[in-house]
Structure formats: C-alpha cells, structure tokens
Ligand binder design. Structure first.
Ligand SMILES: *[C@@H]1O[C@H](CO)[C@@H](O)[C@H](O)[C@H]1NC(C)=O
Ligand SMILES: *[C@@H]1O[C@H](CO)[C@@H](O)[C@H](O)[C@H]1NC(C)=O
Ligand SMILES: *[C@@H]1O[C@H](CO)[C@@H](O)[C@H](O)[C@H]1NC(C)=O
Ligand SMILES: *[C@@H]1O[C@H](CO)[C@@H](O)[C@H](O)[C@H]1NC(C)=O
Ligand SMILES: *[C@@H]1O[C@H](CO)[C@@H](O)[C@H](O)[C@H]1NC(C)=O
Length: 564
C-alpha cells in the first residue's frame, strides 16, 4: 500500500509541474473580466424528499432537520416521518411538516423500560443491549413509511441510520435514490477508538473476535428482521451492508474530534451540524451565571440518567468543590433524575431536599436548561456531561473543558475521543469517587492545556459548522443525477438503481472483488518473487560458500601434507 501511495505521489508531483508549466504559458495579459456563473439550473429537478428517523427525539433530530431546512429554503418539498410530535411544536423547524410514526410521545423505541434503566445503571454486553429496542420496530416503521409514500410522490429518501432498515429497504424497493445520515459515530463496541498503542492481543480481539461476537448477535437480529421482511412482502437479505454500500452517506462529525481515518468518496463529513440560533438564558440562570464567576454546568442530556447513588456522589462532590473554593457555583439540569429515589440518599452530609428546593445559594437546580447559552457564558468553566454527541459538539464549539461521565452507547467512545483531544477528563459510572472528581475538576481548571485545546478545537468546529450547506449540496447532487439517469416508468415516475446511480463516487475496488480490490494478488506475487529471489541468492551463496570452504579445506590439508 505504502509503495502504491509513494508512486502516486511521485507521478502527481511530475504532472503538477507539467500542468503549472502549461498554465503559465496560457495566461495572457487581459484587462476585462466576466463573472463566473454560479446559478444552478433547478428546473425539472425532482423535489420531494421524505426524511425518516426511527429514534426521533429532539436533540437527535436536530442535525438532520438543519440540513433539511436548507433544502426547504432552496425550494424542496420535505416531509419528516418520526415518532413524537416534534416539528409542529418547534419554533425552528415548523416549516417541515411531520408525519408522526408509531406513537405521539416517541417512547416506543425503548419498549423495555426496565432494561433501559439497567443499561443506564449497569455495564451491559452488546447482546443484552439490543433487547432494549422494540422487536417489532421494523414492521411498525415500514408501515408508517409506506403510508407516507402513498400520500407523497417521494423522489428521494433521507434516512437516519439508527435502527432504520425499513427506510433503506423501502427506497430500494421503490427504486428511489437514498441518502444516509448519521450523527452517531460508528465504533467497535468495547474497543478503544484509537488502536495505535494497543498490544497485539487487544488488536486481535478488536479486529477479529469482537466482530465475530457481533456477528453472532447480529445473526439473531437479522433472522428476526428477515421474518418481518417476508411477512411484509419485501425481499430478505443477510448482508447488512448491501443496502447502504453504494449510496451517499453524510456524517455529522469532524476530524479533530473524530479519530482520523481515510474516507470513501461516498462518505462525507459535514459536522458539527448546529442550529444558527439557540434559546437564550431565562432570568434565573442568567443572574446566577452573572454572580458566580467560576461555574460548573452539570447535565446528562434529555434521555439518559444515572443511579441515585451516583447523583448523590456527584452532588456531594459539588458541595465539596464549592467548600474548597475550586468552583463557586453549579447549575444542574436534573431532567430525567428520579427525585423520589434520590431523596432516600438525603442526610446531614448531603442535604438533598435543601439543594433540590434551591435553598442552597451556590447550586442552581432546574429541570431543563438552555444548554448552549449556559456553555457560551464566560463564567461557565467546566461541563460535567454524559458526552452525548450534541453536548460534545456544543462544548467544543464554546471551548468549554469537559468532565465526561459516559453512560451508554456512543458516549463511551465520545468520552475517549474528548480525552484524546486534551480538552477533557473522564469518570466511570461504575466507580464514582468524590476525591477523584475533586482532583479532576481541579486539574481542568488549573492546568491551562485543557482550555487551550478546547479553544484550538473550537476554531475547527466553527469552520466546519458551515458544512451543513455542503450536506444540502450533496443531496441536490443526487437529485440532479436522478434527473439525468432516472428511467421513467409507465406512470411517469423516475426510477433509479442505487447500485450504479453514484458511479462517479463508487471506488473501483468494490467491483473488483476482495483479492483484486485490495491488490492482494499483485502484492502477494511481489512478495513471493522477493522471497524466491532471496531464497535463490541464499541458496547460491550457500553453494558458493560450501565450495570455497571445501577448496580451502583441501588446500589446507594439501599444505599440511606438503609440510609433512
Ligand atoms: C434548465 O434545464 C431545463 C431542462 O431540465 C432546460 O429546459 C432549460 O433550458 C435549462 N435552463 C437554462 C437556463 O439552462
Ligand atoms: C409538495 O408537497 C405537497 C403535499 O405534501 C404537494 O401538494 C405539492 O404538490 C408538492 N410540491 C411539489 C413541487 O411537488
Ligand atoms: C402536534 O402539536 C401541534 C401543536 O401543538 C398540535 O396542533 C397537533 O394537534 C399535535 N398533533 C398531534 C397528532 O398530537
Ligand atoms: C501512542 O503513543 C505515542 C507515543 O507515545 C503518542 O504520541 C500517541 O499520541 C499515542 N496515541 C494514542 C492514541 O494514545
Ligand atoms: C421513581 O422511582 C420510584 C421508585 O423506584 C418509582 O415508583 C417511580 O415511578 C419513579 N418515578 C419516575 C418518574 O420514574
């Protein structure tokens, strides 16, 4: 591989010099200029987009809706299908009509609430994790999406990746182009995000054993999915990649925070996707922020919670931090915390009821908080967070050092990445210790490097936050390709083959097969040739050495013989 790149680089270098030479020779002195025409011809471009998410959930939908809003502004007809009554009640996304799938509250995703609670509190394996989700989700989603396609002439599907096979399947079935979107980074469960310094054992485990383990779990899931597919009259398949391989994918993330990897031309990073405006501070947190110059903001997102024991330890740490004058105030957005359960941990040392009633002057309790506005305030010095992707992006954007307490899923990977950037330290939900928390908050405030690294990353995030427009551009590109490559059926609807629609972006290796695609045949032959050559030389050398030694011996014995 290295050799190939070196050769490419070498060729590129020569060609560049050649091109420069040509360019130089064609530039002539010119006095008049014309404006480059950048208008796009959008006449006859297919216009109806159906966006579908299985998760729903306000903070999860926001990045996707930001891209869709740009498309609405450009004249596209966008409809969202997702659980929960979201866009109608949202000031920012009211322009996007929503069809409510499943149920109104959007909680059906986690059909097993008991297990979800365990997942938040305990350390569960991947096999148990899947059981949290509704096993009939595929059928419910498929039916909801299908009903939507009967109301709208969908030209393009915009599918959120998470547990959303129905969206991709329907697009392929109706032969419509499909664009994937994910704000949750992909990672290997139970492995480090960067394997650079890991032992051979760890690397073997993560490259071979973990994927096999996953395949084992996946087989059960795939069988269940295929049963549902057959019942719905769609084609079953086993390779989960087959419907997402040759399509455009937008990732709401950015290198700097994300572990750097080479990316396919079909995959585009467009993150961090953030709204242009956020809810402002209400008077209570505003005055609290203005009167406390060193604040820690504590929030675990909108869906996640931790055990009441952990909350009690965290509150005790807050009191201790204020006592020791490391910080002078805490804002806590309690959101999903079960107050009844928490109360049983109240005692003289941690007067929880007192704190919860906002009687304690240096701890401000609120159920919900305008998070971005709090993080933007100069007096917010540390963010104690679960490390969800949008909280991480907001903290990076506002250059706020983080103390991360990951609870589940991608949060563990996010926490590791944040620590690697040098702007965060992490805690373990299974082993929370007051002294450890004090030490870490003290380090985050005292050591300059945390703030410096946060500021460095903030600059990158601000530059990259413009890329949501790029995301919308790419969706338009797919629409335009469809305009030219789609085949009209008897009803005048355009149909496409997603396997070849974006052929300009599909790398040749995917068509060449594993061995040819990875040049294993070529490099294999090369290695065999080198080995044969080395072997040949070695053999010849051995022969010559033997011959010389034999001659030397004969001469020696001859001279001995002569002497005698
Ligand atoms: C835009 O494209 C349409 C066909 O899709 C064509 O008829 C029209 O002439 C184009 N307009 C311009 C300004 O090129
Ligand atoms: C947009 O969608 C609405 C219904 O959802 C439909 O009435 C309208 O014709 C669509 N516009 C275009 C340009 O397809
Ligand atoms: C969704 O919310 C809007 C605005 O509050 C309301 O008018 C509408 O009836 C709600 N839809 C459903 C299905 O509850
Ligand atoms: C691996 O070790 C090298 C050398 O100590 C260091 O520069 C690098 O940051 C480490 N990488 C990770 C992911 O920890
Ligand atoms: C809080 O916990 C108690 C006891 O475990 C339970 O009965 C109650 O339903 C919970 N409340 C909420 C809002 O989950």
């Amino acid at each position: 591989m290295a050799l190939k790149y070196l050769f490419t680089l070498f060729t590129f270098w020569y060609l560049t010099i050649f091109a420069l030479f040509l360019a130089y020779s064609t530039v002539e002195s010119q006095s008049k200029f014309i404006q480059r025409d950048s208008l796009l011809n959008r006449t006859d471009l297919p216009k109806n987009i159906l966006a579908a998410s299985s998760f729903g959930g306000a903070s999860h939908l926001v990045p996707m809706l930001e891209v869709l809003k740009i498309l609405v502004d450009r004249g596209y007809n966008v409809t969202l299908v997702a659980p929960g009554n979201f866009t109608a009640n949202s000031e920012s996304y009211r322009s996007i009509p929503q069809i409510i799938s499943n149920n109104e509250k959007g909680s059906s995703l986690f059909s097993n609430q008991e297990l979800f609670k365990k997942l938040c509190v305990e350390d569960l394996d991947i096999g148990t994790m899947w059981k949290v989700f509704d096993p009939e989700l595929y059928t419910k989603n498929y039916n909801a999406f299908k009903r939507a396609t009967e109301e709208i002439d969908v030209d393009l599907f915009f599918c959120d990746l998470g547990i959303n096979e129905a969206c991709f399947d329907l697009a392929w079935q109706l032969e419509k182009p499909v664009v994937g979107f994910t704000s949750v980074p992909l990672f290997v469960f139970g492995c480090h995000v960067n394997m650079e310094n890991e032992t051979f054992y760890e690397r073997f485990k993560c490259a071979i054993i973990k994927p096999l383990e996953f395949m084992n779990v996946f087989e059960t899931l795939a069988r269940n999915l295929n049963n549902q597919r057959v019942n719905l009259g769609t084609e079953p398949y086993w390779n989960p990649r087959s419907k997402i391989e040759n399509i455009l994918f937008l990732f709401d993330n950015f290198f700097g925070f994300e572990t750097p990897i080479p990316m396919l031309p079909l995959h585009h990073e467009i993150g961090p996707v953030l709204p242009d405006s956020f809810p402002d501070l209400t008077p209570a947190p505003d005055s609290f922020l203005n009167t406390h110059p060193r604040i820690m903001y504590f929030a675990l997102g909108t869906n996640i919670f931790t055990s009441p024991q952990n909350i009690a330890i965290l509150l005790k740490s807050c009191l201790e931090l204020i006592n020791q004058k490391i910080i002078d105030g805490v804002i806590w957005a309690s959101v999903k915390t079960n107050i009844t359960e928490l109360m049983s941990f109240s005692n003289d040392e941690i007067p929880i009821s007192n704190i919860l009633n906002n009687n304690y002057p240096h701890i401000h309790i609120t159920k919900f908080a305008p998070q971005f506005a709090i993080l933007s305030h100069e007096n917010t010095k540390v963010f104690l967070s679960h490390g969800g992707i949008s909280s991480s992006h907001e903290s990076i954007y506002t250059a706020t050092p983080m103390l991360v307490l990951p609870i589940m899923g991608d949060q563990l990977a996010n926490a590791e990445k944040l620590v690697l950037t040098g702007m965060a330290l992490r805690l373990s939900k299974l082993n929370l210790i007051v002294d450890d928390i004090l030490l870490k908050v003290k380090r985050l405030l005292d050591e300059e490097s945390f703030k410096k690294n946060a500021e460095r990353l903030s600059f990158v995030a601000k530059l990259n936050s413009k890329r949501k427009y790029r995301g919308a551009d790419l969706v338009e590109m797919v629409m335009n390709t469809m305009k030219y490559d789609g085949i009209k059926d008897e009803n005048g609807n355009l149909r496409v083959n997603n396997n070849v629609l974006l052929r300009d972006l599909i790398t040749a290796d995917t068509r060449m097969g594993f061995i040819r695609g990875n040049y294993i045949d070529v490099y294999g032959t090369f290695i065999i040739l080198v080995l044969a050559l080395i072997g040949g030389f070695g053999y010849a050398f051995l022969k010559v050495a033997k011959y010389l030694y034999a001659r030397y011996k004969i001469r020696n014995s001859n001279s001995k013989f002569k002497k005698e």
